[in-house]
Write a protein that binds this ligand. Structure first.
Ligand code: ZN
Length: 273
């Protein structure tokens, strides 16, 4: 039997709100919660969240994250909640990014190095990565190690060797980010997964139209998938997506390919959460 497929849905991301260009992107706390619940009900075992102010402005404020997490709990959401330790679109730098860890979520993103991200430099120097590793430990949060480049995988292995990240690491390969220079190709997926031990769970998130193709490849190749509007706003050319519609489609494709879909509790076992 193949390992059940963990479907993660990245609900909103941290791009600046622009309701004319991105009318389907949930960018208020209430809309983020509604889309997250719909994605969970559609089959997502992991919900990846970024927080936003009431006007849609991305924020790393702990209390903004608390509002989202509490609302999901109150609604009975059973999915693993994976909070972002990103930069809220450049508004938070290094340790300012780590406030969500204080809520002790089951998972949070551990961006494993520096990268050019769109027009900005996304900073992840080694002393900061070590501090981040300690903070994840302190609050008992399972890191999802986001690797935007091959060098990030090398840093993840180094932090494992230094005892700051626990084996097996949960890897998220992030491909096709504009400005990052790492293309969203099958060759790159295979290169990255060849760098890690075979027993580590790995997933791919790919930006824009590459999302569906690489999600499908990962279903076949034994990886896991991240879908959602953070990475791709379109269901198909000319038709805007919802988070739940993207999750449902992955579930249909997995069924056709005889890959069972993990429940949240199965995902907890697979990801050692
Ligand atoms: Zn994110």
């Amino acid at each position: 039997m193949p390992v059940p497929l963990v479907i993660q849905c990245a609900i909103t991301g941290s791009i600046d709100p622009d309701r004319e260009r991105r009318p389907n992107l949930p960018d208020t706390p209430a809309a983020i919660v509604a889309e997250a619940l719909a994605a969970w009900r559609a089959g997502a075992a992991v919900i990846h969240l970024h927080a936003r102010e009431a006007d849609g402005t991305p924020t790393q404020d702990r209390e903004a994250y608390r509002g989202l997490v509490t609302a999901l709990q109150d609604a009975g959401c059973e999915a693993i909640v994976n909070l972002s330790c990103g930069s809220a679109g450049g508004r938070a730098v290094r340790d300012e990014r780590l406030g969500p860890l204080e809520l002790s979520p089951e998972m949070a993103s551990f961006d494993c190095g520096s990268i050019n991200f769109r027009e900005q430099l996304f900073e992840g120097d080694l002393p900061f990565l070590r501090r981040m590793g300690h903070r994840f430990r302190e609050f008992g949060v399972r890191p999802e190690v986001e690797c935007f480049d091959t060098g990030h995988v090398g840093l993840a292995l180094q932090l494992r060797d230094e005892g700051l990240l626990d084996d097996p690491l949960v890897m998220q390969f992030v491909l096709g980010v504009p400005g990052s220079g790492v293309p969203a190709t099958v060759a790159m997926v295979e290169h990255l997964r060849a760098m890690i031990p075979a027993h580590w769970p790995w997933s791919v998130c790919a930006i824009g139209h590459a999302q569906l193709a690489l999600n499908t490849y990962c279903i076949l190749a034994g990886g896991h998938v991240r879908t959602g509007l953070e990475d791709n706003l379109w269901f198909r050319r000319g038709e805007r997506a919802t988070n739940a519609a993207l999750v449902e489609r992955i579930g249909r494709i997995a069924a056709e390919l005889d890959r069972p879909v993990a429940t949240p509790d199965e995902a907890r076992a697979i990801l050692s959460v």
